[in-house]
Design a protein around this ligand. Sequence first.
Ligand code: BGC
Length: 389
Amino acid sequence: MTLRLDHFDADLEEMIRGSVKSILDNQNEAGAIIASPDFAEYGFCWLRDASFCAYALDLEGEHEASARYHNWVRRAVEGITPLLESVTRSQQGDELLDDELMPPARFSMDGTMVHDDWPNFQIDGYGTWLWSLEQHLRASNRRSLPVEFVPGVRTIATYIHEFALTSCYDVWEEHGSDRHTSTLACIFGGLSSARRLLEDDTLGDRANEVRSVLLSTAREHGHFTKSNVNDDVDASVLWLSTPFAVVDPHDELLSVTATLIQTRLEFNGGIRRYPTDVYFGSGAWPVLTATLGWHFVATGELAEAQRCLEWLVDHFDEQGCLGEQFDGELRDRTNHDFWVRKWGPPAKDLMWSHAMFVVLARELSRAHSGEASDEFRVEGGIDPGRRTT
Ligand code: BGC
């Protein structure tokens, strides 16, 4: 699909509306948003993907749909509260925990836990949910945390407070024995939101501890690394600044990291996950190309951001679907074919890809028109109530 992007015209608005409609069409009555409707392995609701989707819905004024999602998470969390509390107690008592028995990264669409061999122990989604919930409350002009959310937010905040610095699977559901930079970014964002929502400074203290760990590792290497054991980059590390505000978008270490990400991960104009990735041959991901674009909006590099947006626009198909990744078969045919034999072709329509397209398009459009971003950003520590452009 081609589109003129030299100014923000009606076509772009129509594409944004199309992506919002895709997300809404893939949300059930109860509020869950399926990761992808056409890829069997993704027939679930991930906290990670769907919390970004809810953020995109709020940006576009779809507060009722976003509220339905957040209420769905609230009920899903209620369902696993005994598990969350028991693993939190075990962690406080220094007991050994089995990764497979940890709270899940994804739920069935009815909000129940899925029992299979997928790696459960991924704490990032819980942090991202808290961040997304705070964004939703602000976008819908709620001044405080609705009372029915208090127990769930408290349980999740305590859970991520306890496990913040524990190794777990990363945002790509891999490498369960490492501590991952982007996971810590999500945890920082979640703790910071919970600190404001619950007015609990101990959560802010923990967030600052997480930031210190991140900064000291980055200083050692001269850039933010993928994890505590892998000193290469990972594109999800960009979340450190946008949206989770661990560091400023202009932070020097982050700038070096962003340059490395472009040098090492750019493929056919889009951005891959990390250098040694093999999933479906490791093509370029709309989610990550949009993430880089969002970073460029934050640094004021609007021409670069626009290039990212144009790449996304070019990857919608004629039906308005936006897939998970592109051109893995051109980069690494062997691994691409391995995954196709295992699970079929990559997801053709991924809700998280739509969400990130909406976020980038809207943020860039606002930057062009000189409007302030809607995102609630915390700079230089825990600083409630501060807004920046
Ligand atoms: C990705 C996850 C994502 C999930 C559902 C996996 O392949 O690694 O980050 O949450 O798909 O989209």
